[in-house]
Design a protein around this ligand. Structure first.
Ligand SMILES: [Zn+2]
Length: 446
């Protein structure tokens, strides 16, 4: 039989995240090669595919899509906390990056990030960093889906002397990974305060030429917006619209301080916002108006941001905050229901990254990217509504299996493609030198 599945993923509840957000009880997802071939009643699919490998658990849903971050920054996790964004960047992060951001350390930090993301159900992430070729290599080997983003800044960076050189690197990445099953490419213009308008314009033209999305930090802090208005007379989204950066598929990270006009500009351009509420809280940047962003109808996804400002890559925290913050902010318990928050982390993120044709829902013809959440533990008992558990009770460690592109990369809470313990040991060995260079004490020994 030519359509015989080689993998069956069974769940007490399967959430395909298709229109209407249905809940399928006692169901399964049949996978052949990279693709989903059927979603339906467990008994029917077991009968139709008797020889298939089988994994199962409480809730099966599309893999989480982490729409903003800097994966390799796991090596700077907890380096410096409880200081403002500007001081954090200028005094600690940029000096540490200058010294330690090498191809080897980017590969190492990315491996640690991928291990952490697989173990919490993330199957795709958008990255913005340096030596992105290493990020692509690590992800291809580990079996992670990624949107690379070569970072462009107007000053010397760890991997380039100038913005023009970074854009050249972006061109090489776009050429190298065109058509790759797991690795896609974007151009990451860092922000309006680090990339001048003429380079924004050039980057936008190049991204259009290569037909890749743009990633950029937008209106993350009040200071960023005030400085932009003082320097250019307009808000960051208006400046991005004027320079061509705000176009179809552009991913605006943060969007904490947006006006109604800003939101309309982003929506009308076919762009969207990656919400990173945990990073915003930690850096004291503010609370994004998630209800207003949703109401605008723009593309919206969730992100963790880098591990140095979160401090973990568990996207379930972002799901919970996306459901809770609007309720507190607006004093309205009906704002952003649980299922909407889960949709943002899966289908919303896939659409934000312009991957909605391949991933984000569980239906025949899409790539098999999914995760399975255990619901047998005390904090998940009893279960009336799986969406409520996912939004309000689930943490990364509840994920038992993760599948990317049809490959089981995490099975029964064990990594199949990464030696996570060895990677962690190598990062621990590097940490004292990082601390010393930042003028800090080394991490506690263990
Ligand atoms: Zn960021």
């Amino acid at each position: 039989m030519h359509d015989r599945a080689d993998l069956l993923v069974c769940g007490d509840h399967v959430l395909p995240m298709t229109d209407g957000l249905p809940v399928l009880a006692d169901a399964a997802v049949a996978v052949r090669g990279r693709d989903i071939v059927a979603v339906g009643p467990r008994a029917d699919l077991e009968r139709a595919h008797p020889g298939a490998d089988r994994i199962s658990g409480g809730i099966v849903l599309p893999g989480l899509v982490n729409t903003h971050g800097h994966a390799a920054m796991t090596v700077y996790r907890g380096l410096m906390d409880d200081v403002p964004l500007h001081e954090w960047l200028v005094k600690y992060v940029w000096p540490a990056e200058k010294r330690f951001t090498s191809p080897e350390n980017v590969a190492l930090g990315t491996e640690l990030a991928v291990a952490e993301m697989f173990a919490s159900g993330t199957t795709t992430f958008a990255d913005m960093y340096f030596f992105e070729n290493e990020v692509g290599r690590v992800c291809a080997e580990a079996g992670m889906r990624v949107l690379l983003g070569q970072a462009v800044l107007a000053f010397e960076t760890p991997d380039a002397p100038s913005a023009d050189a970074s854009i050249e690197t972006g061109a090489a990445l776009a050429a190298k990974y065109g058509g790759h099953p797991l690795v896609s490419v974007s151009l990451a213009l860092h922000a309006v305060y680090t990339v001048p308008p003429e380079k924004l314009r050039k980057g936008a033209a190049m991204a259009a030429k290569w037909d890749v999305p743009i990633q950029i930090h937008v209106s993350e802090s009040r200071r960023e917006v005030a400085d932009c208005v003082a320097a250019h007379g307009v808000t960051p989204p208006r400046l991005l619209a004027d320079t061509g950066v705000l176009r179809k598929g552009t991913i605006c990270a943060h969007g904490v301080h947006l006006t109604e006009e800003d939101r309309a500009l982003i929506r009308d351009a076919g762009a969207g916002v990656s919400l990173n509420p945990e990073s915003n809280l930690k850096l004291g940047s503010g609370v994004p108006d998630i209800a207003a962003l949703l109401a605008s109808g723009m593309r919206l996804g969730l992100g963790t941001d880098g591990a140095a400002s979160n401090n973990d890559l568990d996207l379930w925290d972002a799901v919970r905050l996306a459901a809770l913050l609007p309720k507190g902010r607006d004093e309205d318990p009906t704002a952003v229901p649980a299922r909407e928050a889960v949709r943002l982390a899966t289908r919303g993120g896939a659409e934000l990254l312009s991957m909605g044709d391949r991933i984000g829902t569980l239906e025949a013809g899409k790539r098999a990217d999914l995760c399975v959440v255990d619901t047998s533990s005390p904090h998940m008992t009893p279960l009336f509504d799986p969406y409520a558990h996912l939004a309000y009770g689930t943490r990364g460690s509840d994920v038992v299996h993760t599948v990317v592109d049809g490959r089981v990369v995490y099975r029964d809470r064990r990594h199949a493609t990464i030696d996570a313990a060895a990677v962690a040991a190598r990062v621990r060995a590097l940490a004292p030198r990082i601390a010393e260079s930042a003028g800090l004490r080394g991490p506690a020994r263990r």
